[in-house]
Design a protein around this ligand. Structure first.
Ligand SMILES: *[C@@H]1O[C@H](CO)[C@@H](O)[C@H](O)[C@H]1NC(C)=O
Ligand SMILES: *[C@@H]1O[C@H](CO)[C@@H](O)[C@H](O)[C@H]1NC(C)=O
Ligand SMILES: *[C@@H]1O[C@H](CO)[C@@H](O)[C@H](O)[C@H]1NC(C)=O
Ligand SMILES: *[C@@H]1O[C@H](CO)[C@@H](O)[C@H](O)[C@H]1NC(C)=O
Ligand SMILES: *[C@@H]1O[C@H](CO)[C@@H](O)[C@H](O)[C@H]1NC(C)=O
Length: 391
């Protein structure tokens, strides 16, 4: 046991107020809760911080700082003696720290951790440290809202996160927040990874730029209660008969769980392709959040609520659709006029140059000569090229 830890434990037993000496100046140390504000890299690696940690802690908040890299054994370590086993710790809050790097052995020896908040950071997800979450198997809530590095393509983030998640096996996870991350792809591979979170109840994908979601498995996310895809870039849906599509999958999930979905803030394109979504909205038992407020963003039905439109009104653009009719007529008129003028012009030229044309036509009666000449030229060009290469 380290001397510092003995001091902490002793002072805890003897007189609790004295323990404040053992608290990092930027922290508030209570028996079960530790709060540290405005930490820097030096603070997180300091002895003063290490001394602020006790095995009684249930919640640790280290927020609003500037910590580039989370070191190994951030708060606990199992390699050392039992004074570093944080078995009571259930919540670790690391939001707002500009964290870029999370070491593979950062989250060690907090085996009962249930909630991890990494929101509002700049995590550059690394494929070197795919085992980031493997030691926190009891995790129920993971907050990665706006957690990823701004200057890295979201497709890379997704690719790397997939590896990290696949390695983690978080089968107790109930809440996963991935909102505000500029995610642009949710494909089969992503769906496969989500499937490993077999206890997932709430999935937040709001405020990304997803144009569509592939859900893929009939038996996946069977406990899902809330899917938030509000404020994304969904403008239309795949045909319902495509069983990888979101709507079909939600109906499947509904068989085992009272699932709700939020589509608010997407810009729906109300043409013939959206009719399937409209019909689904009308018939589905899935609870759709503010169903009556989903509106058409484009086309003839602009600003109408989708629920108020009749199935037959969802049409694809055609030449005779009323708003285009007059415009089209004008365009056709202009084209016809130009064509007539061109015909008149060409006839006039033909008449004036009738002698030249006659001469031109007769010249075609000697084609063999012309052809030979052309072929000769062509083969000589080829030979020239061949010599060039040899030289
Ligand atoms: C992210 O991490 C990779 C690998 O460690 C590194 O090559 C890259 O420069 C980092 N990107 C940023 C924006 O920090
Ligand atoms: C994640 O953290 C952010 C920032 O504190 C918060 O606004 C959001 O509600 C959290 N999400 C969940 C699912 O708890
Ligand atoms: C299903 O969920 C919705 C929305 O959360 C709720 O209003 C409704 O009462 C739930 N239904 C049942 C049967 O639990
Ligand atoms: C759309 O409809 C809403 C409510 O009916 C109205 O307040 C709003 O001004 C309309 N927007 C446009 C651009 O017409
Ligand atoms: C366009 O014209 C066709 C044939 O005249 C008609 O069947 C169709 O309903 C029209 N479409 C619209 C959008 O008016």
């Amino acid at each position: 046991m380290k001397p510092s830890v003995i001091v902490v434990i002793l002072c805890l037993i003897v007189l609790q107020t004295n323990c404040e000496d053992k608290c990092h100046p930027k922290c508030i140390c209570q028996t079960k809760i530790l709060r540290c504000l405005g930490f820097t890299q030096d603070d997180i690696e300091s002895d003063a911080f290490a001394n602020s940690i006790t095995t009684d802690l249930e919640r640790i908040h280290i927020t609003d700082g500037n910590i580039q890299e989370l070191p190994r054994n951030l708060v606990g370590s199992c390699a050392d003696d039992s004074s570093y086993h944080l078995d009571s710790l259930v919540k670790l809050d690391l939001q707002n720290n500009m964290i870029q790097k999370i070491n593979g052995q950062t989250l060690h020896c907090m085996k009962n951790l249930e909630e991890l908040n990494l929101a509002n950071n700049q995590w550059n997800v690394s494929t070197v440290h795919t085992r980031t979450f493997t030691n926190i198997q009891q995790l129920k809530k993971l907050n990665l809202s706006n957690a990823l590095h701004d200057q890295i393509d979201s497709r890379d983030h997704i690719k790397h996160l997939r590896l990290v998640f696949l390695e983690s096996g978080l089968d107790k996870l109930e809440v996963l927040a991935l909102d505000n991350n500029k995610f642009s792809v949710y494909d089969k591979d992503t769906a496969n990874v989500m499937c490993t979170f077999s206890a997932l109840k709430r999935l937040n994908l709001a405020h990304n730029i997803l144009p569509s979601l592939t859900f893929y498995h009939v038996k996946c996310l069977t406990h899902l209660e809330y899917l938030d895809v509000s404020y994304n870039s969904i403008s239309t849906f795949e045909d319902y008969s495509n069983h990888n599509g979101l709507l079909f999958s939600l109906d499947q999930i509904k068989k085992t769980s009272n699932v709700s979905v939020n589509f608010i803030g997407n810009e729906f394109d109300c043409d013939c392709h959206l009719q399937g979504f409209h019909d689904w909205l009308k018939r589905t038992e899935v609870h759709v959040f503010q169903k009556n407020k989903l509106t058409c963003h484009d086309g003839l039905l602009f600003n109408r609520t989708i629920m108020s439109v009749q199935s037959a009104e969802f049409k694809c653009f055609s030449v005779n659709s009323s708003s285009n009719r007059s415009g089209n007529k004008a365009a056709i008129g202009v084209l016809v006029t130009m064509f007539v003028l061109l015909a008149i012009f060409l006839s006039a030229i033909a008449y004036i140059k009738r002698d030249t044309i006659k001469h031109f036509v007769t010249s075609f009666k000697r084609p063999s000569m012309a052809k030979k000449h052309l072929l000769g030229n062509y083969s000589s060009v080829n030979n020239e090229n061949a010599t060039d290469i040899e030289v």
